[in-house]
Ligand binder design. Structure first.
Ligand SMILES: Cc1ncc(C[n+]2csc(CCOP(=O)(O)OP(=O)(O)O)c2C)c(N)n1
Ligand SMILES: [Mg+2]
Length: 573
């Protein structure tokens, strides 16, 4: 027998968590002594509940497990709504537990009552999570808790919410929690008949071997932990691989078969291979085929010439006609590898021509305006910041990227080599996400170097969470591309007249001083020559370091291909 709080904490530990991100408050008071009664979970106290939920999101993305956040209901949970919505849109498994008044007190006017009789936290959360429920009776705790974790871990993942009234936190629970079987957590379903059908596109019975075969790898490859199978398959038949921005890193970007990112902030190579002269066969692995990942849906997804693999029938069916394989990307890649004997005659026939096709593409410039990476401009060019950080950052280090013009610069000029080393909230794109998320990432990967590329506008929204990194002495490097503007918006707005121009500028804050006030190290960089040494110091010292780089807002983002595709295409034509 133990109280509900201890049941929850023990269950989280049994599921392999070692951190819990939280903001205390009366409705979750029983957790405070409970956290003192155990040692498996290290509590991390965030500045704000949104920060705690972003940290749990970062922890989930970096670990491959789920992340958990704890807060009071009512104002605490409402603070976390944007973060939870971000986890939903990016399929990140985040468990949010909020406290609630005791069931006997619901609707009687208790302080912060957000029970179903009043604000109804459970209903507020319902549209943005997989599952939202109250544990309305301590006896229901074991099965509701299990249901929540199963929903959380059903792939593709997503957030779940449990509202736990005071009685369910305090009352004794006799049932034991049993760990979810790992075979349930990583199921690899595959429609075998569809997988079999797809072979005829790669190796047509007619003997006409398709030459231009390419892969677009999305986050489904990361969720399936299938990066090594992807590499094996690509290398076997010399098939070039592009990734979506969300999946950057699932294929090493310095590999001879890499086309880099396709879509927003993508490379010329991927545009040439996938869009300019569409390949004979395109294999799309685990992409939701959203606007950014398809260049405004201008990818030509032709039946017979596209093999779309996704766990979600909807993701396949909305943008394609009958060219899908419903299933797990890892299972599909394993199927392709096991079908090598069937594929060999066709693939071997075409391999030489395919390599020539790729070499022709790779002989052309991969990146836009590469000279900006060595720009001597001061205030500093954002491309130079990205290039100089890459040079000193370890190969297996993890970069988090925030929302703004800096997202385009990082997406375009940064190179990633491993899955889960380029982490960004690419679907909802809330400003400030990366700053707290980095704390979750560093907790999940204590041995890896972690850095953040963020903007001054993002700092204004979530910069306070640098305090959390400082409190726990996490050695995160925060790089603020400080252009004294909501840069991405300013780039459009300043051409519209003086009022739009003024509305999208920001005061030039001293972010290094801000960081120091919070217990972090802080440095200001004004010229490109100072970047390298500042990054080196930041990466070697103790605790976090924020580098405030005075940058120029007037440099256009490297999205020429993206803009051209936008101008050329209308979805509803
Ligand atoms: C929560 C939220 N509010 C507004 C936006 C719209 N928005 C996208 S980028 C951006 C400006 C970001 O400014 P900053 O962090 O300074 O980055 P920069 O563009 O200057 O690199 C804005 C306002 C958003 N993405 N998220
Ligand atoms: Mg800015």
């Amino acid at each position: 027998m133990r109280p509900g709080t201890d049941f929850i904490l023990d269950a989280l530990a049994l599921e392999g968590l070692d951190h819990l991100f939280m903001v205390p408050g009366g409705l979750v008071d029983p957790f405070l002594p409970a956290l003192g009664r155990q040692t498996a979970l290290k509590p991390i106290v965030a500045a704000q509940e949104g920060g705690a939920a972003y940290m749990a999101d970062g922890y989930a993305r970096a670990s491959g497990n789920f992340g958990a956040a704890l807060c009071i209901g009512g104002p605490g949970l409402a603070n976390a709504v944007t973060a939870i919505a971000t986890a939903q849109t990016d399929h990140s498994p985040v468990l949010v537990i909020s406290g609630e008044v005791a069931t006997l007190m619901e609707g009687l006017g208790s302080f912060q009552d957000a029970s179903p009789q009043t604000l109804d936290d459970v209903s507020i959360l319902k549209p943005i999570v997989r599952y939202s429920s109250s544990v309305d009776n301590p006896k229901n705790m074991p099965h509701i808790f299990k249901r929540a974790l199963l929903q959380l871990r059903t792939r593709p993942g997503g957030p779940v919410h449990l509202s736990v009234p005071g009685d369910s936190l305090r009352d004794e629970i006799s049932a034991q929690y049993t760990k979810i079987e790992s075979s349930l957590v990583h199921p690899a379903p595959l429609s075998l008949s569809a997988a079999h059908d797809s072979l005829k596109h790669l190796a047509p019975p007619s003997g006409d071997a398709p030459v231009k075969i390419a892969i677009l790898a999305g986050s489904g490859v990361e969720h399936a932990e299938a990066a090594s199978s992807l590499r094996k398959f690509a290398e076997l038949w010399r098939i070039p691989v592009a990734t979506t921005l969300r999946a950057k890193g699932v294929f090493p970007e310095d590999h001879p078969l890499s086309l880099g990112v396709f879509g927003y902030a993508g490379t010329h190579h991927s545009r040439m291979a996938l869009l300019d002269a569409p390949p004979d066969v395109l294999i799309v692995l685990g992409s939701g085929l959203n606007e950014r990942d398809t260049m405004h849906w201008s990818l030509q997804l032709r039946p017979g010439a596209t093999i779309c693999v996704n766990l979600s029938l909807t993701s396949i069916g909305v943008h394609t006609q009958g060219c899908g394989v419903v299933g797990d990307c890892g299972a599909y890649l394993a199927y392709l590898l096991a079908s090598s004997d069937d594929l060999r005659p066709s693939m071997q026939k075409s391999v030489e021509a395919r390599v020539a096709w790729l070499e022709e593409i790779r002989s052309k410039p991969r990146l836009q305006d590469i000279e900006n990476c060595t720009s001597e401009a001061a205030p500093v060019h954002p491309a130079r910041i990205i290039a100089d950080l890459r040079r000193v950052f370890p190969r297996d280090g993890i970069l988090l990227v925030d929302s703004g013009a800096h997202r385009a610069f990082a997406g375009h000029y940064w190179e990633s080599y491993e899955p889960r080393t380029y982490i960004s909230a690419t679907n909802l794109g809330p400003m400030g996400w990366a700053i707290p998320a980095a704390t979750g990432v560093q907790c999940a990967q204590p041995k890896r170097k972690v850095a953040v590329i963020t903007g001054d506008g993002c700092m204004r929204m979530a910069g306070i969470e640098v305090a959390t990194a400082a409190r726990y002495q996490l050695p995160i490097v925060f790089v603020v591309v400080n252009n004294a503007a909501l840069g991405n918006v300013w780039l459009r707005a300043h051409e519209l007249g003086p009022v739009p121009d003024e509305l999208t500028r920001l005061p030039d804050h001293d972010w290094a001083a801000f960081a120091k006030a919070l217990g972090s190290r802080g440095e200001t960089v004004r010229t490109p020559a100072e970047l390298g040494p500042a990054f080196e110091r930041a990466l070697t010292g103790a605790g976090p370091c924020l580098i405030d780089v005075k940058a120029d807002k007037a440099f256009a983002t490297p999205v020429k291909d993206w803009a051209a595709a936008h101008a050329a295409f209308s979805y509803h034509e």
